[in-house]
Write a protein that binds this ligand. Structure first.
Ligand code: AMP
Ligand code: MG
Length: 334
């Protein structure tokens, strides 16, 4: 299949006529959001949505997130609880997905047969315009299943070129981590995935929230509440190990013997040989670490190194969300 690559400057005049037409006619469009690139299909078209699963190699029991342009639209496909309406309004548009009881208009394939649906109002101007022009878009991340999520169009091209109708190229995504997911389908909000909106912020906003064990441990679990959690995620193709500062001396010894690279924040570069480092971002600006994470995992695969070692972080704020991904992408070095 010929894939159309469409450059759209998010700060310029945004014309989404072509990709909106592709979506309406049942095609697939990869588009930028403020989190990562999404692979979108018309949320009401089961056949189009089915193709998302096929193209990504995604397990059929892993539900998709529906992207809409307004709270009104959200209400058309899900039941928005009155007591949460104000907070939802406060948090949207933005990098957060709400799990709500679904209405029957949303086909089963989107929610993997669940009674709930994950919905998000993206803030990225291109995603906003596209949702407005085409109606609700079902979209998971625009990568092959198991690969790091795409944070620029070249990552989407690497994974999906020739398999989908259109890829919008709007440069790098601002947050670089998938949306925070919070389940509002029962009385107490449950965090299903930490993300750009941090757990600390959620506590402030909602007061009482539940953080299930599988989020704290970030390990594979048998019966996770967020269905996608049980799958291999984000992993580069080459072996990658996470280590903590206390083991730095040991890692330096390994660097002497093996063709290995360390992935570290800028402030730590002085501890390692110059030709053996990849810079992940800055401690000073922790959101830069989130923004670079998936990109560096993909870049690492393209280097000449055989094995990678990545420094683990103190788990708070946005770095808690980063560590949630990192623990799945890398094995713990011991
Ligand atoms: P992705 O956009 O690729 O990160 O995939 C979307 C993720 O959202 C899934 O893997 C699920 O973890 C989560 N999700 C979507 N819908 C629901 C739902 N109804 N209930 C719980 N989690 C959901
Ligand atoms: Mg994904």
């Amino acid at each position: 299949m010929e894939t159309l690559i469409l450059k759209i400057d998010p700060l310029g005049k945004i014309d989404v006529e072509i990709p909106a037409k592709v979506l309406k006619s049942g095609g697939l469009v990869a588009f930028p959001t403020e989190t990562v690139y999404g692979l979108g299909a018309n949320a009401f078209n089961s056949d189009a949505v089915q193709r998302i699963f096929k193209v990504k190699g995604r397990a059929q029991d892993n539900p998709l997130i529906v992207h809409v342009s307004s709270l009104e639209e959200m209400k058309m496909i899900a039941k928005v609880p009155e007591n949460f309406e104000n907070v939802i309004q406060k948090l949207t548009p933005g990098p957060i997905t709400f799990v709500l009881k679904k209405r029957k208009e949303i086909p089963e394939i989107v929610t993997a047969g669940l009674e709930t649906v994950g919905i998000r109002i993206p803030a990225h101007p291109v995603a906003q315009m596209l949702c407005k022009a085409s109606g609700p878009i079902a979209a998971p991340s625009a990568n092959l299943s198991g690969r790091p999520s795409p944070t620029d169009a070249s990552a989407v091209i690497d994974d999906l070129y020739g398999k989908i109708e259109c890829i919008i190229d709007s440069g790098r995504t601002p947050f670089g981590l998938e949306s925070t997911i919070i389940d509002l389908s029962s009385d107490i909000p449950v965090v299903l995935r930490p993300g750009p909106i941090t757990v600390e912020e959620l506590k402030n906003i909602f007061g009482r929230i539940e953080i299930p064990d599988f989020i704290k441990a970030s390990k594979e679990v048998e019966n996770p509440k967020a269905p996608g959690m049980k799958y291999r995620h984000y992993a580069p193709e080459k072996p990658l190990y996470m280590f903590y500062e206390k083991d730095r001396e040991k890692i330096l010894k390994i660097l002497e013997k093996e063709n290995a690279v360390v992935i570290i924040p800028k402030e730590h570069s002085r501890f390692y040989p110059k030709n053996r480092i990849m810079i992940l971002g800055e401690f000073e600006k922790p959101y830069s670490i989130a923004q670079n994470l998936f990109k560096i995992l993909r870049d690492f695969d393209k280097t000449k190194f055989d094995v990678g070692f990545i420094e683990g972080f103190q788990e708070s704020g946005i770095l808690f969300s980063v560590m949630n991904r990192l623990k799945k992408a890398a094995k713990l070095w011991r």
